[in-house]
Design a protein around this ligand. Structure first.
Ligand code: MG
Ligand code: ZN
Length: 223
């Protein structure tokens, strides 16, 4: 029998969990969704921890989709512009959101970012959330679909330890699949974990290095 200290709901002082704040965010997310719908823009949010391969996945999708869609990229990051620089090299309109100390994007920041884009001339927006698998689950942005990326290099427990984000996502990407054997990771275990948490989630194994699975992610998004 181990000694366990268990936080009761609402016990931890955490502004992010304030009901009012989340409700206000939901309202703004609904507005974003409506603005995007009116303009006929499909919006895909990509979540995942730092180093899981969110930017690489977006870059690979942009490569495949840029002839069919007019694409923009909204890059959330604490302080750097590394990710937006990588994607803007592909001729895509880019808006950088630096959150400073904040570990997630919210609907208000997305609304501000949308004001920097010419929505009349866009078909598709990719949003990269800040590298974190906890609070992005709760803060909806108004996107149509959400992808969560985990890489096999993050170990065997990334899925089971982050149930909320898998509950909220439409597509789970198991990335860096080319390294699974070297890492001693069984991708089918990660896949089963994701499906146990969310039976509706579509799971795709990818390698952004070899290109494996990227087409299937595009297909899973209905693009
Ligand atoms: Mg990135
Ligand atoms: Zn956060």
């Amino acid at each position: 029998m181990r000694n366990v200290v268990k936080a009761e709901e609402g016990e931890i002082f955490d502004v992010e969990l304030s009901e009012d704040l989340l409700r206000a965010n939901e309202e703004l997310a609904a507005k974003n969704r409506e603005i995007l719908r009116i303009h006929g823009i499909r919006t895909i949010e990509v979540m995942g921890s730092i180093g899981s391969g969110k930017t690489s996945l977006i870059a690979e999708m942009v490569k495949r989709l840029k002839d069919a869609y007019r694409i923009a990229f909204i890059a959330g990051d604490l302080t750097t512009t590394i990710d937006s620089d990588r994607i803007s090299g592909q001729g895509v309109e880019v808006v950088q959101i630096n959150t400073g100390k904040e570990c997630h994007l919210d609907a208000n920041l997305i609304m501000k970012a949308l004001k920097h884009l010419n929505l009349e001339s866009l078909d598709l927006i990719f949003i990269e959330n800040v590298g974190n698998l906890i609070c992005p689950a709760e803060f909806k942005l108004g996107s149509e679909k959400r992808i969560v990326v985990v890489s096999v290099t993050e170990g065997p427990y990334m899925v089971v330890k982050h149930p909320f984000i898998f509950m909220e996502a439409d597509v789970a990407v198991i990335n860096k699949i080319d390294l699974a054997e070297a890492m001693g990771i069984d991708p089918s275990k990660l896949e089963r974990d994701a499906l146990t948490i969310n039976p509706r989630i579509k799971v795709v194994r990818t390698s952004c290095r070899t290109g494996e699975g990227i087409d299937r992610v595009v297909e899973a998004l209905g693009l």
